[in-house]
Design a protein around this ligand. Structure first.
Ligand code: FMN
Length: 395
């Protein structure tokens, strides 16, 4: 198996890993990682938003040593890029969650486990900084059981995803026959047959499933559970549920899927410690604002009283610097780590993190910034300063 540094040289950037993943994964599996909801307008918006801001570097600052570290709820992360939650990572690489977690821990950053992991909560080794992502189900007792398990297993933070009360319409999946529940259409089988390396790698893990759901009625069989997921989720989810989780969970509580600045004060009033400004990677509400466009108004509302994190569309290290300049404390990546995982398991995820670290470090050097934590809006060229972008969504 190729090592991290070989992969860094070979793939050069996140897009290289994306193309690598396209080559190794059956098309329906690749599209599951790559696609978004409906017309994928929001998905495209997420990446495009990072191309708009222009940086105004200030050389001559003496930046021989750079510091990428960030404080995260009392822990120091070595870099401001964490791994966000992704369901069914074990479809890309056997026990994919364990591979990604190992890579994150070795890189000194945080790993957020998805509710839909293919290994159970309890199987994630107690190394590094670990977050657990949960949903609110019609059966609140079931939601609470996830939280209890995360507490028992010593997770560092709880992430409640709030933009998934009903599943977005991901049309690539439906077209590919990767519908939920999956039908073993001839075209799906044909797509798998032309990816022998993936088939061989997955030979002992083709029965991967939603490992955290074993206890529920009807079991965790992925075909039936995926089909029932919409029925389990509760569109009546409200701030009362945030209050419930706040009472139950003693550690940092983070809301994932915030875009509107008016929600920040309410979140603070409910004792929330951080938000992830996110549109679920364009997989839920198509036409939603990009996280980057929504970010400045959210950060302005937070006024440093909570952590403001961002995900969606980060493909380059410099994107993380732009996010910081627009008001984010740190960022999370989802697809980039999945593509790394598909190409090289743990080494692939480590390579993606290393590429982002290297490129962010270079961007800091070229911008004349010593400490990532000090980067602010003064780096942005006028015309794209935060207050001018998010007019439509000002608080
Ligand atoms: C294949 C895949 C599975 C995902 N599964 C989850 C999940 O289980 N829970 C969740 O909160 N978000 C999930 N997300 C959303 C990501 O956590 C994240 O919000 C988004 O993808 C970030 O954008 P990026 O992929 O451009 O980095 C998933 C995303 C992808 C691509």
């Amino acid at each position: 198996m190729m090592e991290r540094d070989q992969l860094v040289r070979r793939y050069l950037n996140v897009d290289g890993f994306r193309r690598g993943a396209m080559r190794v994964l059956p098309r329906p599996v690749f599209d599951f990682t790559d696609g978004g909801a409906e017309d994928e307008v929001t998905l495209r918006r997420n990446e495009a938003a990072f191309h708009e801001p222009a940086l105004l570097p200030r050389p001559l600052q003496g930046v021989a040593e750079r510091d990428l570290s960030v404080d995260m709820f009392g822990t120091t992360l070595s870099m401001p890029v964490m791994i966000g939650p992704t369901g069914l990572s074990g479809m890309l690489w056997p026990d994919g969650e364990l591979e990604s977690h190992r890579a994150a821990a070795a890189a000194g950053t945080a790993y957020c486990m998805s509710h839909a992991s293919t290994v159970p909560i309890e199987a994630l080794p107690k190394t590094g900084h670990r977050w657990m992502q949960v949903f609110v189900y019609k059966d609140r007792g079931f939601t609470r059981s996830f939280v209890d398990r995360a507490a028992q297993a010593g997770f560092d933070a709880l992430v409640l995803t709030i933009d998934n009360q009903t599943l977005g319409q991901r049309e690539r999946d439906t077209r590919n026959g990767f519908s939920i529940p999956p039908k073993l259409l001839l075209k799906v089988m044909a797509a798998m047959a032309i990816r022998p390396n993936w088939l061989w790698r997955m030979r002992e893990r083709r029965d991967f499933t939603f490992a955290n759901y074993a206890a529920i009625e009807g079991g965790a069989d992925r075909n039936t559970l995926a089909g029932r997921m919409n029925a389990l989720l509760d569109p009546s989810m409200s701030w009362a549920d945030v209050a419930m989780l706040r009472k139950q969970w003693a550690g940092p509580l983070i809301l994932k899927g915030i875009l509107h600045p008016a929600d920040i004060q309410i979140a603070l009033d409910h004792g929330v410690d951080g938000v992830i400004v996110s549109n679920h990677g364009g997989r839920q509400l198509d036409r939603a604002a990009s996280g980057l466009d929504a970010l400045p108004a959210v950060a302005a509302a937070a006024q440093g009283r909570m952590k403001v994190l961002l995900d969606g569309g980060i493909r380059r290290g410099v994107d993380v610097l732009i996010a910081k300049a627009m008001g984010a404390d740190a960022c999370l990546i989802a697809r980039p780590q999945l593509w790394g995982l598909a190409v090289g398991g743990e080494a692939g995820v480590a390579a993606v993190l290393e590429i982002l670290r290297r490129d962010l470090d270079r961007a800091l050097c070229l911008c004349g910034v010593t400490r990532f934590a000090d980067a602010d809006a003064s780096l942005l060229a006028p015309g794209v300063v935060p207050s001018t972008r998010p007019k439509a969504i000002a608080a």
